[in-house]
Ligand binder design. Sequence first.
Ligand code: ADP
Length: 324
Amino acid sequence: MKRIAVMTTGGDAPGMNAAIRAVVRTAISKGAGVFGVEHGFKGLLENRFVRMDSHSVSGIINRGGTMLQTMRCPEFHKKNVRKSAYHNIKNMKIDGLAVIGGDGSRRGAHIISKESGVPVVFIPGSIDNDVYGTDYTIGFDTAVNVGLGAIDKIRDTAASHERVFIVEVMGRERGFLALEIGLTGGAEIILIPEFKKEAEIGRICSVLKAGIEKGKDSSIIVMAEGVGLSNKFAERIEKRIGMEARYTVLGYIQRGGSPTAASRRLGLTFGYKAVKALLGQKRGESTMVGIQANTMVVHSLKNVIGKERKIDRQAYRMNEAFSI
Ligand code: ADP
């Protein structure tokens, strides 16, 4: 393999830059040329290839976001549109592609290798941690720590005013981020889409009431965005138990900021491992890198695509035990 291209797609995540740096420098060290594709799949359609050398990834390891930029690209779902991407890849003599992104990007990556034959390696990067085949995605740890910082601050004001505070965090349809932030932030209640019964208003209020009876003067609820709107929950709780309930939506704050050591390390290791895998791949072969039980793994994409990562049910129950 003489020439590879690297791109970031879907939502950005802190640590993606570390992965880009690792891909570029590993490829160069192995004697391959590298191009970056700007704006994700859209950039493939628009021929936005930029030559990368080791200097082009200097000074980015500590920066959040992605230097190659990313965009959602709905038109990539259309087969006839994708054909122009394959034409551009061929024209640029790219013989391997590294795609950094979330679960949606993985589907796009798989289709590219199936239809065009270009070998593809997928690198999981997402603050949501919702990618089957890896225990962690690049950026998750940073987003957890940003959420924790917010909870620690909110706790001060919640305690001073005898309030219930709902903190709504990202995660799309899944609760990985909310569970981790809630557990490590010491939240009384965690509401996630995977535990629907536990998110019923009657049950939430009885847990809060039991806390008040035991002398708790404030409570923190961490809620995943996939459960509903935190302002509505706050209104209903206030009506039912008569305690002031406030909400905060963390939103895009969680995506930004300098990546933690763990997010950088994952980006670097994934990037390195991905290039090593890609250089050995045959035409039509697509893989992904991941970390499972503290060990780096390389999966064939066809074995992992479309599968759903399971939530850690024990962690959820553990938090219930702690919030008595
Ligand atoms: P993420 O990668 O963060 O999960 P998305 O779900 O938005 O983000 O997916 C990113 C992009 O991947 C989409 O904008 C689209 O271009 C591409 N994509 C997702 N699913 C498919 C699919 N089934 N076929 C082709 N492209 C897809």
